[in-house]
Write a protein that binds this ligand. Structure first.
Ligand code: GLN
Length: 493
């Protein structure tokens, strides 16, 4: 029998409907794969096997009764940042020890309403802060990809490293993820998977542990563009519980695949040709342009002049919002509590023991930039820069550009414990140089695998679109996927 875990969501969906196999069989295959792989990859922090089988049984009943939802019987992994009722939800942090929420996030509820099955919770950087999944309380996730001829363990990217690794290693059919500065798109690029950060407001943030609320957005990581389109359709919704979610109909994203690119204008931003960009990425970018041109699109040079200020501005805005959002973890209502001689002492001891080093660094930076006397110099200025970045994009879109093609990462996946990156947090922050502008401007961005580098590791390309025009990204990314093919790692785990 074929290995059911190899099926895409689209295939599994159609074959479940045709009753070629059952949802219980599909879920059982995934649970077996997780069991065999998780010791090596550390992608899941919790596997909810009993719940998964119960959900799959219910799916089989609905399939039998002809009442299947759009994702009926499809086994998914959930980033540990999403609240899941009665199930471990700790944002991969020690400070949330033992937290099992009494409520479900809107995004995951939307998925269960369509019949999806939850396999468990996925590892991530603590509170989604990081680009390598090394800041997790549960230890690093290992990328299922290895460089040719090397046994070195590589990072899967971050912060949604567990989501990306689990999708790439066939430990779930697709996964939820979040992107505040690149955390869907960068891990997708490092693992040869597809990740889309939708427009800010497309998915509800309710029930997702907040990192930087004005930037956070949920989206899927999937094996191909079609699967990402299928997942986003079910994840997106307007929600009275998140006033930043937007009341616009959710289109059938899958239907945009295969549509013509004729007449489309694709912008190539000159500011993304940064110094030191590896020639392989430069070459891939040129290849991407050629593929889109062949498909009928026009390639035009554009300028986004404020790009270079995006990274420093992000590392003011994001820590500022984080310092405020993370103030709630005080040992009083939930999670870890370390007793002290009085309440202030208890707060201090709990937070000192509960947060990891990177989270503490962000809280301190954030508190500093918001403090009296510095607010205008840092936070207010960063917000003004953000407006300028947004305006850059508005100008090119206004001039007729439909989407922007750019690199997604400055390199392929790097080694776990990379000395240079570990020694200097700013070097790690530079990983986000191509992804952060999109969050600052609230735009949708998709990462699609486009090829392998000289070491045999996947590289992605990024497409950036107009607000709420995710369909344009799906149809354009699909053209790149058709030209480049799909990529999967050699199994060693
Ligand atoms: N690497 C970025 C950060 O650490 C982005 C993280 C994210 O998108 N959640 O802030």
């Amino acid at each position: 029998m074929t290995d059911l875990t190899r099926l895409t969501i689209a295939d599994a969906r159609d074959r479940l409907k045709a009753r070629e196999f059952s949802a219980v069989e599909l879920t059982t295959s995934y649970l077996g794969a997780i069991d065999a792989a998780n010791g090596a990859l550390n992608a899941y922090v919790v596997v909810t096997a009993d719940k998964a089988l119960d959900m799959a049984k219910a799916s089989d009943e609905r399939l039998g009764a002809g009442k299947a939802g759009a994702l009926e019987g499809i086994p998914l992994g959930v980033k540990d940042l999403f609240a899941t009722e009665g199930v471990h939800t700790q944002a991969a942090s020690h400070v949330l020890d033992g937290f099992k929420p009494k409520y479900e996030s809107t995004v995951t509820q939307n998925l269960w309403n369509e019949g999806a099955v939850m396999l468990g919770k996925l590892n991530m950087d603590e509170f989604a802060m990081g680009s390598s999944n090394e800041s997790s309380y549960y230890g690093p996730v290992v990328n299922p990809w290895k460089a040719e001829g090397s046994d070195e363990k590589l990072v899967p990217g971050g912060s949604s490293g567990g989501s990306a690794a689990a999708v790439a290693a066939y430990l779930c059919a697709g996964a939820t993820a979040t992107d505040t500065g690149g955390s869907i798109r960068q891990p997708a690029a490092f693992t040869g998977t597809v990740g889309i950060k939708p427009t800010y407001g497309r998915c509800s943030r309710w029930g997702i542990a907040a990192y930087a609320s004005s930037l956070d957005q949920a989206g899927p990581i999937a094996r191909d563009v079609r699967d990402a389109a299928i997942l986003l359709k079910s994840m997106a919704s307007v929600d009275a519980k998140d006033t930043t979610s937007v009341d616009l109909p959710v289109p059938d994203y899958e239907a945009s695949l295969g549509q013509s690119l004729k007449g489309m204008k694709i912008g190539i931003p000159k500011e993304y040709r940064i110094e030191g960009l590896p020639p392989e990425i430069e070459k891939l970018w040129a290849e991407g342009m050629a593929w889109l041109k062949d498909a009928g699109a026009e390639i035009v040079d554009i300028s986004l002049p404020h790009t270079k200020y995006a990274l420093p501005a992000y590392y003011i805005v994001a820590p500022a919002e984080a310092s405020s959002n993370l103030a709630r973890y005080d040992g009083v209502r939930y999670g870890l509590r370390v007793d002290g001689k009085d309440i202030a002492d208890m707060y201090e001891k709990t937070r000192a023991a509960g947060f990891g080093e990177e989270v503490k660094r962000r809280i301190m930076v954030g508190t500093y930039v918001l403090s009296a006397g510095y607010y205008d110099a840092y936070y207010l200025k960063a917000q003004k820069v953000r407006t300028l970045i947004k305006r850059d994009f508005e100008t090119v879109f206004h001039a007729g550009v439909d989407a922007i093609l750019a690199p997604i990462t400055p390199s392929s996946a790097f080694a776990i414990g990379d000395k240079e990156l570990a020694a200097d947090p700013v070097k790690m922050y530079l990983q986000d140089v191509f992804t952060i502008t999109v969050n600052m401007a609230g735009l949708p961005g998709i990462s699609v695998p486009a090829g392998l580098d000289g070491k045999g590791l996947p590289l992605g390309l990024q497409l950036i679109g107009k607000p709420f025009e995710e369909e344009t990204l799906f149809k354009t990314a699909h053209v790149i996927e058709q030209a480049a093919g799909t990529f999967s790692p050699k199994k060693w785990w």
